[in-house]
Design a binder for this molecule. Structure first.
Ligand SMILES: [Zn+2]
Length: 129
């Protein structure tokens, strides 16, 4: 059985995101995961803040316990314009044309009081539009 431990440290040195391959700069908060495989081994993975939100969103529809986060993103076929904008941003390592980081995507839900049921994911700049 595999156990996963997650933490959200602030980077003290540069890391590489295991999903989008962008550099996580010192000072950025990222998700650090450790997988423990019943004594057989341990491994570490890191997601940038942007990819952590996207993986949370995509994994809701994924029934397997084990998945490769990078493949979840690669195989994702968004059905909305906002979703396609998020995927395009991820493929561009969350950088705009002039090299600036895009905002961290936001998961939309129908009702925050009930079940965790996302209805979409958007880049914040698209929320008001
Ligand atoms: Zn990333």
């Amino acid at each position: 059985m595999t156990t996963y431990l997650h933490s959200r440290p602030r980077a003290r040195k540069a890391h590489v995101c295991d999903v989008c391959s962008r550099t996580i700069e010192p000072g950025e908060t990222y998700t650090r995961g450790v997988g423990l495989d019943g004594g057989a081994g341990a491994w570490t993975y890191r997601y940038c803040a942007h990819c952590a939100v996207l993986i949370t969103y995509l994994s809701v529809w994924f029934n397997e316990d084990e998945y490769v986060a990078r493949e979840l993103v690669e195989n994702w076929e968004p059905r909305t314009g906002a979703g396609r904008a998020v995927k395009a941003a991820a493929e561009n390592r969350w950088r705009t044309g002039d090299g600036a980081l895009t905002p961290v995507p936001v998961i939309l839900t129908e009702d925050t009081e009930t079940t965790w049921r996302p209805t979409g994911i958007v880049l914040p700049e698209h929320v008001a539009a």
